[in-house]
Design a protein around this ligand. Structure first.
Ligand code: FES
Length: 157
């Protein structure tokens, strides 16, 4: 995804909601920008800096400090596979391998069509459903190597 193809008009709209105190609202501005673009392209950070007069180094510093921000394009859907102990015991490794094979990505990567980003996460608090994954905000439990691809497939359109 090339920066020059990115429409920067939404940045001004986002910033217009924070008329007075850009510096202390920088995180909120960046969150909204990331929601809009799916990640924070360099051109968007530059535009935020230009319109708010917050130095680009400061914008970049905040983006790299907080793990919620990402500088690389993310997929439309986040597939988060639990790597916690209970899930491990219940065979999540096989499930994860199946998803990696199906999506043709490794952990942390996004599919070529930008549909999915695959992540592994620490215990997500539903151990009784182990092995568990989340797709966006939904939980899926008692996964098997057969069911997991059907679930991911449902998000493919
Ligand atoms: S270990 Fe996977 S949900 Fe707790």
């Amino acid at each position: 995804m090339e920066d020059k193809t990115i429409d920067l008009k939404p940045v001004a709209r986002i910033i217009s909601e924070y008329v007075h105190d850009y510096e202390s609202n920088l995180i909120a501005i960046l969150q909204q920008a990331q929601d809009k673009y799916g990640y924070l392209p360099k051109s968007v950070m530059k535009e935020i800096s230009r319109l708010t007069d917050v130095p680009l180094t400061r914008v970049f510093g905040v983006v790299t400090f907080y793990s919620q921000f990402t500088l690389i394009p993310r997929g439309k859907h986040a597939v988060k596979i639990c790597n916690g102990t209970a899930c491990h015991v219940k065979g999540v490794d096989d499930v994860k391998e199946r998803v990696k094979e199906y999506l043709n990505v490794v952990e942390g990567e996004t599919t070529a069509d930008y549909q999915f980003t695959l992540e592994t996460v620490a215990c997500i608090g539903t151990c009784f459903l182990a092995p568990v994954m989340m797709v966006d905000d939904r939980y899926f439990g008692k996964l098997t190597t057969d069911t997991v691809t059907d679930i991911v497939k449902e998000y493919s359109n």
